[in-house]
Structure formats: C-alpha cells, structure tokens
Design a protein around this ligand. Structure first.
Ligand code: FES
Ligand code: FE2
Length: 302
C-alpha cells in the first residue's frame, strides 16, 4: 500500500518505553531512547516474534522475547547473526509521534509543523477508530459540498487547488459561519466569513486552517493510519492555536474546538459507516478538489 510519506503513529502522551503500533499490515514499534524517540519494524527477523510485546531494549539492541537473541535497532547497530530491524525517520513535534515510511519522504511535514509552532501552541486531541479507509477520511477537507449537507456549514462549492512549493496539495476557499453563541458580537447577524485552507502532506495528514475574525483562527491537524484490512482506520486529531499573552494556546478554546471536531466526525461517521467502499464513483464538477486529493495520494503508493 503506501510506502512513503509522513504519518502520525501515536500521541507522545501515550508512549511507553516500547510501544507497539501498526500501519496497515506492518507491525512497527516506538522506542523511547536516550537520544529520543526511534521507530522501527517490530517483527523479529529470526522467526517473526513481535519485539514490542515482551522485548527489552539493551543499548543499541532489543532482546527478543522468543529466543532471546539481540536484534540490532537499525542497520547501524553491529548486527549479530545478521539480525536487525529496519529503522525509519521519526520525530515528535507538538505531541505528535511522526514517522516517515521511507528516507526521502516528502512533503516536509516536520518542517511545516515547526513553522506553525513558531507562533502557535499544539494541543493533542483524541483518537477515533472509524469504519472507512483513510482516503475517505482525509478527503473530508477537500469535499466542500459535504460541509453544507453533513456539517451545516456554508461554503462556496468551489475550492482553488494548488501545489505548495514544498510539494503539498493545497486548497483554499471561504466559509460563511452562522452566528451562534460562539460569536461574541451579537449586534450583527451576518455570518462570519473565514478563509479556509486545507493542505495535505501525505495520504494520512491534512492540516485545515481557518483564518478570520476571532475565534476563527486555528489549525486542525487530522491524521489517520490504515488498519490491517485497509478498510478501516484510526484518526488522531490535534489542534494548533495562536499563542496568547502567556505564550500558551487557550486551553478552554482548544477543548471546545476538539469537542466540536469530534461532533463533526460523528456526523461523518453516520455516512462512512454505511458507505460502499467498492463503489465506482461518478464524480461531478464540484469534486475537483477531491479528485486532486485522490491523484495526490497515488504518488505515495508502492
Ligand atoms: S523470533 Fe526473535 S529471536 Fe527468535
Ligand atoms: Fe466531514
């Protein structure tokens, strides 16, 4: 399936010394080491035990729970009997544990997150298992027509599509957000306008940004990894908010944003739970951004 690109495998807050994780049918593990977080294959090259269940880290090696051999962590460890597990580029930014499935993975998600982090604070949200493939989940931000129907948000059905200079896929459009208790200005009933930008960094990472009058200034980082059957997946939601006077994101606003995002995903799930994943789609003009996203994901496949 996917063989390149950056993905979020976990929230940093959930890590143990050794954390088993999966990406599709690959078994991986996250190791907390002195030099930071490392991510490797979890399958023992000897006879296939999962090293993350019962393995012990000993320096540059992991002691396999099955026959006890020392398995090198990465190619650089002096492999004993040629036994080592492949290591992947990995980093932790804003509480997200990120992996690149190959050494040359682009676009540069870590770089983009570091730029956001210069004047935003990240807040880790929640994890949600859903009954659809990751493409359907991530395409959400590129399907403007469903915003109106599923989420009652008004948006022009057209999104402008472009590619960023870093090779990410980007769409922009404009939202009209109905006035509600969220809007402090009760003197006007005109809907709030906000600029919407969604940027895909891989088939499993989309950053949606709203910029408009307060409080419509934030970024929602939605990530997903496929389950073994590639017909369901796990979503992780993170938000990035402008830093306030104390150099922190507004925790209360983050909580309400995460809650409304969860509600929004529940509305999507009502559709996703019953969607025909093998359907031959008949796309229409307003699906241009969704088609561009589908094309974008193709570049990450084997
Ligand atoms: S399966 Fe790991 S040492 Fe034998
Ligand atoms: Fe949606």
């Amino acid at each position: 399936m996917y063989s390149s690109g950056w993905y979020q495998l976990a929230f940093e807050r959930d890590l143990d010394q050794i954390t088993p994780v999966t990406f599709g049918n690959r078994s991986l593990m996250i190791l907390k080491s002195e030099s930071g977080v490392r991510i490797t294959d979890a399958t023992c090259p000897h006879r296939g035990a999962n090293l993350a269940y019962g393995g012990r880290v000993v320096g540059e090696y992991i002691r396999c729970p099955f026959h006890g051999y020392k398995i090198g962590i990465g190619e650089d460890a002096q492999a004993i009997n040629g036994l080592f597990v492949k290591e992947y580029p990995a980093c932790v930014i804003g509480g997200m544990v990120l992996v690149a499935l190959d050494d040359a993975s682009a676009p540069d998600l870590p770089g983009a997150l570091q730029t956001i982090g210069q004047d935003h604070g990240f807040v880790s949200g929640f994890e949600l298992a859903v009954n659809t493939n990751i493409e359907m989940v991530m395409e959400n931000g590129f399907d403007p027509v469903h915003f109106r129907v599923v989420h009652s948000l008004l948006m022009e059905p057209r999104l402008d599509i472009s590619e960023t200079d870093r090779g990410a896929l980007q769409v922009t459009g404009e939202f009209s957000i109905p006035r509600s208790t969220w809007n402090s200005d009760q003197t006007s009933r005109a809907p709030v306008k906000a600029r919407y930008t969604a940027t895909a960094y891989s088939p499993g990472v989309v950053i949606a940004e709203l910029s408009g009058e307060e409080p419509y200034n934030y970024q929602i980082i939605t990530t997903a990894v496929p389950a073994a059957d590639y017909r369901s997946c796990t979503i992780r939601l993170n938000v990035a908010l402008p830093l306030n006077g104390n150099n922190e994101p507004d925790g209360q606003f983050a909580a309400s944003l995460l809650e409304s995002s969860r509600e929004g995903l529940k509305m999507d799930c009502a559709i996703w739970d019953h969607l025909d994943q093998d359907h031959q789609d008949t796309m229409v003009e307003a699906d241009a951004a969704a088609l561009a996203f589908a094309e974008f994901t193709r570049g990450f496949r084997q």
